[in-house]
Write a protein that binds this ligand. Structure first.
Ligand SMILES: Cc1cc2nc3c(=O)[nH]c(=O)nc-3n(C[C@H](O)[C@H](O)[C@H](O)COP(=O)(O)OP(=O)(O)OC[C@H]3O[C@@H](n4cnc5c(N)ncnc54)[C@H](O)[C@@H]3O)c2cc1C
Length: 394
């Protein structure tokens, strides 16, 4: 038996219109999280013929996207390329194009949350919202999923609880004095004329871009140099969208980038925040420094159900299933295989079909046609030897 409590600090019973008062069913699959990964893999399960399923969501569909700062937009562009069999980069389901639905190339978080709600309705996905998962245990062949709305039984569980709601904040002395970018509802509402940003990857550059457009002076610190990385993998280097933004005149005039500069401490005294770097420099501002430091991710809450890789991410077999707990799957940006990082939608969506096939076959469902269709849409990545290729002409 593998068991543990998941302390997500949201265990009070919440009102939901779609949670039955008594549910004794044994589901073939329960998905935890109704973000891009949970909704996407739910649709794949339906396509594979797995109908006995439930999606459990602690807030509402797409709530992480809805919580993005107002100004933040997708860096990956949407384009209605589906007509020639090239799935829109931001699509989570075969045949679906957010560009066609939304008529926007770089959606905001709220745009995409609305898109996920639309898909959940269109596919009539069974979802319990406002239902927080607080524990998962497996006894013999059945999982028991504990929630604030009672326990749920399942043969398979897909963990798709994402990263956004689990930010990295414990980083150095005084990091608790800083404010994580995931808590900013709009950069236009941030007070102060000068801002210090710790982290220079996508979120840090995004924050610097919007603040500089609001006339603020910005300093960005990163222990590496994401704007200088020589790789074409956007999981490691900045995206073209961010590089393009960095050429804006406001950015050039108001943003100073400090690469290879590690922040070791933040202090607050007499209304002034002081940021100290490992090379002995001190920078000050009257507003809390912004942490654009990324996310710990939710996978640590189910670490008892997986072996860990050296980097702390769950070790997965070729079906993205746990190597220690049969029937326990992972979907979304925390999926890792060797050196491959599946942190963008266009990457991790290619594993939905792999998970759906594995579960369908475990239930005795024939999957040949499903696999053929998913493969033809580039939604069935079972050969990872093609990944990691650099663009020779970039
Ligand atoms: C600023 C920013 C910009 C980005 N831009 C892009 C981009 O341009 N292109 C791209 O491909 N990716 C982008 N990403 C990454 C993308 O947002 C993530 O990959 C995506 O949100 C992951 O989807 P998910 O479904 O795994 O997680 P989420 O969207 O976070 O969904 C997880 C869901 O699980 C629920 N949940 C969490 N814990 C529990 C629990 N205990 N019980 C029940 N439910 C729970 C949450 O409420 C949430 O709704 C960006 C990320 C950020 C932060």
């Amino acid at each position: 038996m593998e068991t543990a409590q998941i302390d997500t600090n949201q265990d009070e019973k919440q009102a939901s219109d779609n949670v039955p008062s008594n549910d004794n069913r044994l589901y073939d699959t329960v998905i935890i999280g109704a973000g891009a990964a949970g909704i996407g893999v739910g649709i794949s399960l339906l396509h594979a013929g797995v109908e006995s399923m439930l999606i459990v969501e602690r807030d509402t569909v797409g709530s992480s996207f809805a919580a993005w700062p107002d100004e933040t937009r997708f860096i990956t562009p949407s384009f209605p390329s589906n007509s020639i069999g090239m799935l829109d980069l931001n699509s989570i389901a075969i045949g679906v194009s957010p560009a066609y639905n939304m008529r926007v190339e770089h959606p905001t978080g709220q745009d995409f949350a609305d898109h996920l709600v639309f898909l959940a309705d269109q596919f009539e996905l069974p979802i319990w919202d406002k239902t927080n998962v607080t524990g998962i245990e497996k006894i013999e062949d059945e999982f028991t999923i504990k929630t604030n709305n009672g326990s749920i039984q399942a043969k398979n569980v897909i963990w798709a609880a994402g990263e956004y709601q689990y930010p990295s904040t414990d980083l150095f002395e005084g990091s608790g004095l800083c404010r994580h970018t995931s808590t900013v509802s709009a950069y236009s509402q941030l007070e102060g004329e000068e801002h210090l940003i710790i982290g220079g990857y996508e979120s840090g550059i995004d924050a610097a871009y919007h603040l500089s457009n609001n006339g603020k002076k910005v300093q960005v610190f990163d222990s590496a140099c994401p704007w200088g990385e020589e790789t074409s993998d956007p999981s490691v280097a900045l995206s073209t969208y961010s590089f393009e933004r960095m050429t804006a005149s406001n950015f050039g005039e108001r943003v100073e980038l400090h690469g290879e500069t590690k922040v070791i401490k933040v202090e607050h005294s007499d209304g002034v925040y002081s940021l100290l770097t490992s090379d002995g420099q001190t920078f000050t501002s009257t507003s809390p420094p912004l942490l654009a430091s990324g996310f710990d991710g939710s996978h640590k809450f189910v670490s008892h159900l997986f072996e860990q890789r050296e980097d702390g991410f769950p070790l997965l077999n070729e079906n993205d299933c746990s190597t220690t707990t049969d029937g326990m799957y992972l979907c979304g940006p925390s999926v890792r295989h060797d050196g491959h990082i599946f942190c963008f939608i266009f990457k991790y969506r290619q594993r939905f079909g792999i998970v759906a096939r594995s579960i369908a076959e475990s239930l005795g469902i024939e999957t040949e046609d499903f696999v053929e269709v998913y493969r033809s849409w580039g939604m069935f990545l079972d050969d990872l030897s093609c990944c990691g290729q650099e663009c020779l002409t970039c």
